[in-house]
Structure formats: structure tokens, C-alpha cells
Ligand binder design. Structure first.
Ligand SMILES: Cc1cc2nc3c(=O)[nH]c(=O)nc-3n(C[C@H](O)[C@H](O)[C@H](O)COP(=O)(O)OP(=O)(O)OC[C@H]3O[C@@H](n4cnc5c(N)ncnc54)[C@H](O)[C@@H]3O)c2cc1C
Length: 533
């Protein structure tokens, strides 16, 4: 005889103090973004549609699948022939199609938009699934680098900017839409690419490459910009994944990296063994050629941390609004309000700084400023993102540490944009180098800062302090302090020009009533700041 277990009389499954997940539209539900984009882009039909798609349950599910059903390396076909392919979950392909069709890689180049619009697309996408942004960003960034070879530009550029996604494996000429990756880093050197050992040997109209790349994200791209040595020096090449005759190029994927985050993106180690490639730019000028691509990928590495912060902040504010402790909603508790307001200021400042940089990308006359400001924004926002996102995580208490919420994913993602495309120190040294080699960059930055003088006493005092501390460039060992100070001043100038909460930012960042930890500051009026989240 079996005895039925008694039904529990306990009410532990009656849930009333756990905020429900929110499907946030990263455009419609972001007044700070829409305001910062201005009246036209702030009401742009493409961005409205993309926001709605990214906020949908279907895309959130696709993102979760892409992050948790990991890419799989398939080295051989069943007959034992090498194929070196990566198999992705359909969610990955869904997101790639959404982004590329929305103009992620195209809108800055095809006359329909701008780098600012591209920045807005990246900002929204990075909040939902940052891994797929890597191949889309590289595709966007490769477009101007191809100008170095008119024949390659004619073949590739229309397909890179085609507003479509075609993951089939075929030669580029047979496809209407393609993606392009980058493979520079080797075991011997990432920042110092001149230490690379890959060699190129002429072969007819092309070259054969012999060597390896230690990091090659998105190895299923249709082609890659890569570096290899010629007798003239390190040179830039385009490696197509498939040869014009329809056969596979020699492109061995040794393994996929087991990474902290960025899980949807299949970062790999690859080997060149007689790999066919075409020269891009002049022999011996490879770094100068590929730097055009790096300049544009850097824009995205300055936007992405702002996006990750925004996504984390939205979760924190939503949670605090729906969670009660000690008979009061968290969002109504003064200390939690201070923490959230501080986090919101951090998020808004990073957003405005990155959009200011994107605007400079749209103005050829401000190219020197763009080169300098993108480095300042990349450095500052990425250094602040991990700590900021951790604080957002803590606002959720224990649930912030649990994978049911997006906080663990965002936290794992947070350090990445600082590391690639020029790690922190390298970026700071690059800032010094730009100031020495491109006086116009320093002059344009100075003009930007001077334009903000007289608007706020705290800003003025900080500017005077910076200039007295560094009448000239600092010694190399002080480059981080110098870059941080300059980036904070630039943020102050941007906030003063564009943000209704500039006063709160200046009080808490350049004023004195503040410790170094989030929320450790004198009271500010949190209402207007939180109203923008
Ligand atoms: C997930 C992921 C994906 C990636 N995808 C790609 C890809 O698709 N293609 C690609 O080419 N690369 C890729 N990378 C590689 C990335 O760009 C490099 O890791 C990065 O450029 C740093 O190079 P490194 O690892 O060789 O470090 P190193 O160059 O050895 O640098 C190590 C540290 O030393 C510091 N440093 C270097 N020089 C100096 C100096 N003179 N003074 C003071 N400090 C210094 C750096 O800032 C860094 O902190 C990827 C990396 C990651 C993590």
C-alpha cells in the first residue's frame, strides 16, 4: 500500500516580493539615449524597429541560446576531410541577421545613416547579446581599410554593406552579403604586432601565408584582414575563407578559446599553411593599413562598455522598484537611491562621451579629435564598467549573482572591451603618441575643453588643476593618471553641453564631497537622475 504524501500547507511558493523580469525595449525605454541622439535620430524609424525587436521575447530567447548553447568546432567531415567549421545555435544566426539587416555594418557607409546611427545600433545590441557584436563590428570597421586596394574594394565593400546576412560557405563573388574579421594577434605579440612571425611568399598575383594567429574571433567570416612579413616589412593581407574556384582556402582552426565571457563568439586559434591571400596596401605598411580598421573597431569598444552599464543599471533600477525590504521599496530608501543615482550618472556619462566620439567620426574635419577622443573614451568607460556593473549586481542582492538574471553575463563581458583593440596601457601610450605626432588632435581637444570654460566652477577648477599638473606631456609611467584626468575633463565638457544632469555629475565626480566607492557621496537629488533610466 502506498501512502500519498500530504500536500504542503506552507505558503513558500506564493511569490510576492520577486520583481518579474522585464522585456525592456533598448530604444523606446531609454530617454537618455533618445535625447542624446537628437530630434531626428531620436525618432528614427529603423532604430525604433530595432529597439522593438531587441526587446521582444523571441530575441531575448535567441540571445540566451546564443550565450548558453556554445559554438562547436567541427574539424572534419564524416569522410575524414578537414572542414574547419564552427557550428552555431540558430539563435546566433537570428541575431546576426537582425543586426546586419538593421544596418549595423552598413549605415555609416551606404548613405542611409552615419557613424552616430551605427553607434546607437551597437549600443542597443551590446545590451542584449554582446558576442555577436564582434563579427558585426569587424565587418563595419573593415570597410574603409579596403580602400587601400581598389579591386578588393570593388568586390568586397558592396557585400559588406549589403544589409543582409548570408552564412553559406561560398566564394565572396557568389554571395550578396559577407562578413569580415581580423587576425593580428600571435603568441609572440598582440600589442606589439611587429613581433609577429607569420611570413608571406609571393605566388602569382597573390601570396601564400605561413604561420599562425593566436586570436581569431569569428572564424566563420568570409575573410580576414591579417598581418604577415614581407622583405619590405610587416604587411596587410586579405585572406578569403573560400577560394574563387569554390574550394576551401588552407585555414586550420586549431581550437576554440575557453573564455570568461563573450560566449556566443567563437574566438579561435588558427594556422596558415600555404594560405592564399591578397595584399592590401603597400608592402611594409601593414600596420598603417590595418590601423584604419582598428580606428573604427575602437569606436565600438568605447560604446560597448556604456551599453553594458546601461543594461546593468536598468536591471538594478527595475529590481529596486519592485523589491521591498524593511517595509519600504528599495528604490525609496535614501541610501539605495544614492547608489542608483550614482550608477545612473556613470551610465549617462559613458553614453554621452561615446556618442560625442561617434559624432566626430562623422566629420572628416574632426578626424584628429576622433582619433584622440576614441582612445580617451575607450580607456575611461572600460576601466569603470566592471566595478559599476558589479554594483548593479549587488543592488539585486543574491539574485544578481544568479544566471537567471543578465547580471552575470554582463559582468563577465565587462573587462573585454578594455583588453582587445589596444589594452589599457597601450591606449594610454597611444594617447601620448597622438599628442606628440598629431598636434592638430591636441589642438582640437583643447578647443573642445576650452569651449566649456565658464559654464561651471568645478569644471574650470579641474581644468586649471590638470593643466598645472601637466604643463607638458607626462612621463610614460604617469600616462594612466594623465589619460584618466583628460577623459574626465572631456566627459565634463560633454555633459555640460548635452546633459540635464550635468550638475549632479560634476558635483559627484569633480566636486569634493565624495569617497571612491559607488554611492559614497553627499546627497544629491536622485529624482531627476533616476527619471532618465
Ligand atoms: C575574446 C578575445 C577575442 C579576441 N579576438 C581577436 C581577433 O579577432 N583578432 C585579433 O587579432 N586579436 C584578437 N584578440 C586579441 C587581443 O586584441 C589581444 O589580446 C590584445 O591586443 C593584447 O595583446 P596580447 O594578448 O598579446 O597582450 P600583450 O601585448 O602581451 O600585453 C599584455 C599587457 O601588457 C600591456 N603592455 C603592452 N605593451 C606595454 C608597454 N609598452 N608599456 C606598458 N604596458 C604594456 C598591455 O596593455 C597588456 O595589459 C582577442 C582577445 C580576446 C580576449
Amino acid at each position: 500500500m502506498t501512502i500519498a504524501a500530504p500536500r504542503s500547507q506552507l505558503s513558500t511558493h506564493e511569490v510576492f516580493n520577486q520583481p518579474e523580469p522585464r522585456l525592456r525595449d533598448p530604444f523606446a525605454d531609454d530617454p537618455a539615449l533618445r535625447g542624446a541622439l537628437g530630434p531626428d535620430l531620436g525618432a528614427d524609424a529603423d532604430l525604433i524597429a530595432l529597439g522593438a525587436a531587441l526587446g521582444s521575447a523571441a530575441m531575448r530567447e535567441a540571445a540566451r541560446d546564443a550565450q548558453t548553447r556554445l559554438p562547436e568546432l567541427r574539424t572534419f567531415d564524416r569522410a575524414g576531410r578537414r572542414i574547419d567549421e564552427v557550428h552555431f545555435h540558430p539563435g546566433y544566426h537570428q541575431l546576426m541577421a537582425l543586426g546586419l539587416e538593421a544596418g549595423y555594418a552598413a549605415t555609416a557607409w551606404d548613405g542611409t545613416g552615419s557613424h552616430l546611427k551605427h553607434a546607437a545600433i551597437n549600443y542597443m545590441f551590446s545590451q542584449v547579446e554582446p558576442g555577436v557584436c564582434c563579427p558585426m563590428t569587424m565587418t563595419y570597421a573593415a570597410v574603409p581599410a579596403l580602400d587601400a586596394n581598389p579591386a578588393l574594394a570593388t568586390l568586397w565593400q558592396p557585400r559588406l554593406t549589403a544589409r543582409g546576412y548570408d552564412p553559406t560557405r561560398r566564394p565572396v563573388a557568389e554571395k550578396s552579403a559577407v562578413t569580415l574579421g581580423m587576425a593580428m594577434t600571435e603568441k609572440q605579440g598582440g600589442s606589439d604586432v611587429r613581433a609577429n612571425s607569420t611570413r608571406a611568399v609571393p605566388d602569382g598575383e597573390g601570396y601564400r601565408l605561413h604561420g599562425h594567429k593566436w586570436f581569431c574571433s569569428a572564424p566563420m567570416c568570409d575573410g580576414f584582414l591579417t598581418l604577415a612579413h614581407l622583405p619590405e616589412g610587416i604587411s596587410c593581407f586579405l585572406v578569403p575563407r573560400w577560394l574563387p574556384d569554390g574550394s576551401r582556402n588552407a585555414f586550420t582552426i586549431l581550437r576554440l578559446k575557453d573564455k570568461l565571457g563573450n560566449k556566443a563568439n567563437a574566438s579561435s586559434e588558427i594556422e596558415y599553411d600555404g594560405t592564399w591571400a591578397l595584399l592590401l596596401g603597400e608592402p611594409g605598411r601593414g600596420v598603417q593599413t590595418i590601423i584604419e580598421m582598428v580606428h573604427h573597431t575602437r569606436l565600438d569598444t568605447a560604446i560597448a562598455p556604456a551599453a553594458l552599464m546601461r543594461a546593468a543599471l536598468a536591471e538594478a533600477v527595475h529590481w529596486a522598484g519592485g523589491r521591498t525590504t524593511f517595509q519600504r521599496r528599495l528604490i525609496d530608501q535614501p541610501l539605495m537611491r544614492a547608489v542608483l543615482a550614482d550608477l545612473a550618472l556613470e551610465s549617462e556619462a559613458a553614453l554621452l562621451l561615446s556618442l560625442d566620439v561617434a559624432r566626430a567620426f562623422d566629420d572628416p574635419a574632426r578626424r584628429p579629435y576622433a582619433r584622440l577622443s576614441v582612445a580617451l573614451a575607450k580607456f575611461l568607460s572600460n576601466k569603470r564598467a566592471p566595478g559599476m556593473i558589479y554594483e548593479c549586481m549587488e543592488c539585486l542582492g543574491g539574485m544578481g549573482y544568479v544566471e537567471d538574471t543578465p547580471l552575470p553575463m554582463l559582468y563577465r563581458e565587462a573587462p573585454l572591451n578594455s583588453i582587445w583593440e589596444g589594452s589599457g596601457n597601450v591606449i594610454c601610450l597611444d594617447i601620448l603618441r597622438t599628442l606628440i605626432k598629431e598636434p592638430e588632435a591636441g589642438a582640437q581637444l583643447k578647443a573642445r575643453l576650452d569651449a566649456a570654460r565658464g559654464l561651471d566652477a568645478r569644471f574650470d577648477a579641474a581644468l586649471v588643476a590638470h593643466r598645472s599638473r601637466w604643463p607638458n606631456l607626462p612621463p610614460e609611467a604617469e600616462a594612466r593618471w594623465f589619460a584618466e584626468s583628460l577623459a574626465m575633463l572631456l566627459t565634463g565638457a560633454v555633459m555640460l553641453a548635452d546633459s540635464p544632469v550635468a550638475g549632479e555629475w560634476l558635483t559627484t565626480r569633480l566636486g569634493e564631497a565624495r569617497g571612491t566607492i559607488t554611492g559614497a557621496m553627499g546627497a544629491i537629488d536622485a529624482g531627476p537622475v533616476l527619471a532618465r533610466v
